[in-house]
Ligand binder design. Structure first.
Ligand code: KIV
Ligand code: NA
Length: 275
C-alpha cells in the first residue's frame, strides 16, 4: 500500500504517479494488476457506469456501493473515493458525517473533494479527524453548470492567479495531493513546482507529478466521445461489440452451446411422458 511518504518521495524524485479510476470489482482488479499507484473511485461513475449526463445525480450511497466493490477488488492499492455533489456543502457537520460514512464503509485510503473557498475548512477538519483528503481544482465537474460547461480553466491572468492561490490554500488546509483538471500545461507545471504535495493532472499536461484518466476512456469502453486529453490504450467498444455479436450469431445458428458446454445423463433415467 502506497504511503504518504512514498507519494512525496515520488514527487521529489520525479517518478510519475499513475492513477486510474475504477468503479467495481473487475476494474479494480485490472487496475491493481496493471500496477497503478492509486485508484480513484470517481463520481464520473455517474456518467460512465450509470448513464447520467453529469456527476450531479450521484449520491453518497452510490459512492459507497461502488467504493466497497473497488476496495474488495484492489486490496493492496491506495484507493481514493470522491465525495459526491452537495454532500460537503450544506454544513460542516453534515460534510463530516458524510465523509465519515463513506470513509468507514468503503475502507478506502482517502476522500476527494472539489474546490477551495468554503471547502477549505472541510479539508482541514477531515484531515484533523484522520481522513486524508485529495483536492480537485481547475475544471470541477460538480460545478459544471456554474462554470458554464466542460472547458479549460485558468487561461486568463486573473483566473490563473486565483487557481495558484487556491492550490496553495488546498495544500495549507492539509490535502495530501491535488487533482488538476483541464488546466493549461504552463499553469499546471507552475502549480506543481510551487506545491510540496503531488499534483495529479487530467488534461493538465506532463508537468504534473502524476496523471489520472477515466478507466472507460483509456479502454474506449462504452463511451461515445472522448475528450481531447484522452489517449486510448484499448478498444473495448469494438472488441466487446464483436464478441457479443459472435455469441448472438452462434446461438441463432445453433452453434452454441456445443457438446463441450453441455451436461449429460443416463437417458434411461429420463421420466417417461405420455403421448
Ligand atoms: O470523477 C472522476 O473521474 C474524477 C477524475 C476525472 C479526476 O474526478
Ligand atoms: Na470526480
Amino acid at each position: 500500500m502506497l504511503t504518504r511518504k512514498q507519494m512525496l518521495d515520488m514527487k521529489n524524485s520525479k517518478e510519475k504517479i499513475a492513477m486510474v479510476t475504477a468503479y467495481d470489482y473487475p476494474s479494480a482488479k485490472f487496475a491493481e494488476n496493471a500496477g497503478v499507484d492509486m485508484i480513484l473511485v470517481g463520481d464520473s461513475l455517474g456518467m460512465v457506469v450509470l448513464g447520467y449526463d453529469s456527476t450531479i445525480p450521484v449520491t453518497v450511497d452510490d459512492m459507497i456501493h461502488h467504493g466497497k466493490a473497488v476496495v474488495r477488488g484492489a486490496g493492496k492499492t491506495y484507493v481514493v473515493v470522491d465525495m459526491p455533489f452537495m454532500s460537503y456543502h450544506i454544513s460542516l457537520e453534515e460534510s463530516l458525517k458524510n465523509a465519515m460514512k463513506i470513509y468507514q464503509e468503503t475502507q478506502a485510503q482517502a476522500l476527494k473533494v472539489e474546490g477551495a473557498g468554503n471547502v477549505l475548512p472541510t479539508i482541514e477538519r477531515l484531515t484533523e479527524g484522520g481522513i486524508p483528503v485529495v483536492g480537485h481544482l481547475g475544471l470541477t465537474p460538480q460545478s459544471v453548470n456554474v462554470l458554464g460547461g466542460y472547458k479549460v480553466q485558468g487561461k486568463q491572468k486573473e483566473a490563473a492567479a486565483q487557481l495558484l492561490e487556491d492550490s496553495l490554500a488546498v495544500e495549507r488546509s492539509g490535502a495530501i495531493a491535488l487533482v488538476l483538471e483541464c488546466v493549461p500545461k504552463e499553469l499546471a507545471a507552475l502549480i506543481s513546482e510551487q506545491l510540496s504535495i503531488p499534483t495529479i493532472g487530467i488534461g493538465a499536461g506532463a508537468g504534473c507529478d502524476g496523471q489520472v484518466l477515466v478507466y472507460h476512456d483509456i479502454l474506449n469502453y462504452g463511451v461515445d466521445r472522448l475528450p481531447k486529453f484522452v489517449q486510448t490504450y484499448g478498444d473495448a467498444n469494438q472488441q466487446f461489440t464483436e464478441a457479443l455479436g459472435n455469441y448472438v450469431k452462434e446461438v441463432k445458428a445453433h452453434n452454441f452451446p456445443a457438446e463441450a458446454h453441455t451436461f449429460t445423463m443416463d437417458p434411461t433415467y429420463l421420466p417417461s411422458v405420455n403421448g
